[in-house]
Design a protein around this ligand. Sequence first.
Ligand code: HEC
Length: 106
Amino acid sequence: MTRLTWLALSFMVAAPLAASDQLSGDRQRELRNVLIQDCGSCHGLTMHGGLGPALVPDRLAGKSIEYLSSVILNGRPGTAMPAWRSLLSPAEARWMANQLLQGEVQ
Ligand code: HEC
């Protein structure tokens, strides 16, 4: 197989995934664990705050999914908030932001 064919094939496999905002049930369960265990280590197991601020609907009201997911992906330089870009896709960060806004992680 030529290098070009290989590239074309991997693009065809990767493209539908990247284009889709639909996460599998398994991935949603994994992300929920990340929210509780990793994010919770700073933001509190019930997201009511710790080293990081509370991430509960009352406090997040008015903040957009775009804003919140961008903080999740890029972190906040100069603070303890790390960037999650290497572990999460933009769709996954949006899913998490939505979970927080809906108060699903309490
Ligand atoms: C090592 C500690 C730490 C971890 C782990 C962490 N955060 Fe944070 N996070 C912070 C801190 C500290 C801030 C506040 C930064 C500032 O002062 O602006 C913050 C800010 C945020 C904000 C912005 C809130 C706002 O109102 O503007 C969001 C959203 C957020 N974190 C989500 C997450 C998510 C989701 C995860 C897990 C994927 C996570 N954080 C993991 C420490 C952490």
